[in-house]
Design a binder for this molecule. Structure first.
Ligand code: AMP
Length: 305
């Protein structure tokens, strides 16, 4: 089943304790679409400026991402500059240049409007709703956001959340959004605003999912080298939503496997800058790491006590 994604396509400048890269391909929709394309076909709605090179477009096409909804406007592509400290657990935004996003009016091509799965990637919540309004009858809508929008457009964001089935955010964002330090309580509050399922990403500590009255926890894959965490959240979302769209189901068992596929995709992405690791990722590597996750989290019931 095909997934419609709207989000940012960006030039990122990133500094980590291990290196620095300038104006590399990034953006929530870029990471999401290439990650999700390993599972399901993806149709992209986004905007770039005249400075966006053909090479990057070719990369989307290599992964069969449909770019008919990617507008090229006069002006410069969205830019984000961020930095990570030694623990690599949280990006510090140094600069956000919205550029073409300031006047972007998303238009969902006719052929995408009956997509059953929608991912509202991290962009202005007003734009997220404009996209949703153009989709005929989605089976489910998943959504991401970040501190920038929680801070600048909290009311617009709440209006968007009222329309989504699944929210995927990190722990700091869940706290910021609700003003609640306890994540389990924050999850209850968020679910009372609309989303039936909440996935909270906790960086190297893994993920907690609140769904259908149950909680599922998964660790992050224990990598020895994390090079650049940028895009971990979006590649997670790509694997998660990609797998759900492929399976066509939303029961707890399927959701749990989707969390693991999301974690697998994120674990590959952080091994290099930009989408460099995803460019040569193989399906067999995804399956192998999925099996390693199973071993990592498996234990037998104990009858000793
Ligand atoms: P994450 O998966 O959370 O690490 O997301 C990283 C991506 O988010 C980067 O590639 C940025 O280009 C993008 N990004 C950062 N700030 C914003 C923003 N305010 N709106 C949309 N996308 C953003």
């Amino acid at each position: 089943m095909s997934i419609l994604v709207v989000g940012s396509v960006a030039f990122d400048s990133v500094k980590t304790p291990f290196g620095e890269a300038k104006e590399i391909l990034g953006g929530s929709a870029s990471y999401f679409s290439i990650s999700a394309s390993f599972f399901s076909p993806v149709s992209l709605v986004a905007v770039v400026g005249q400075d966006f090179p053909q090479d990057h477009l070719d990369l989307f096409h290599k992964f069969a991402v449909d770019t008919r909804g990617l507008q090229k406007m006069d002006g410069k592509t969205f830019r984000w500059t961020g930095e990570y400290g030694f623990a690599l657990n949280e990006a510090k935004t140094l600069e956000t240049q919205l550029n073409v996003f300031e006047s972007f009016q998303p238009e969902v091509p006719q052929g995408y409007r009956n997509c059953q799965y929608v991912f509202l990637g991290n962009i202005d919540p007003v734009l997220q709703r404009q996209v949703l309004a153009q989709v005929t009858q989605p089976k489910f809508v998943a959504c991401d956001t970040m501190n920038y929008w929680i801070d600048s457009k909290p009311e617009e964001l709440k209006k968007t959340l009222a329309l989504v089935d699944i929210l995927i955010i990190n722990d700091a964002e869940a706290r910021m959004l609700t003003g609640q330090p306890n994540i389990t309580k924050a999850a209850k509050t968020i679910c009372s605003w609309g989303p039936k399922i909440l996935v909270v990403k906790k960086g190297e500590y893994g993920v907690a999912m609140y769904s259908h009255g149950s909680i599922f926890g998964a660790p992050a894959f224990p990598l020895e080298e994390v090079f650049d965490p940028t895009g971990a959240g979006d590649t997670f979302a790509g694997g998660f939503v990609g797998y759900l769209a492929k399976s066509g189901r939303l029961d707890n068992e399927t959701l749990r496997k989707a969390v693991i596929y999301g974690s697998v995709m994120a674990s590959f992405n952080v091994e290099d800058f930009s989408l460099n690791r995803m460019k040569h990722l193989k399906h067999s590597e995804i399956q192998q790491r999925f099996r390693q996750f199973k071993e990592l989290t498996h234990f037998e019931h104990d009858h000793l006590l």
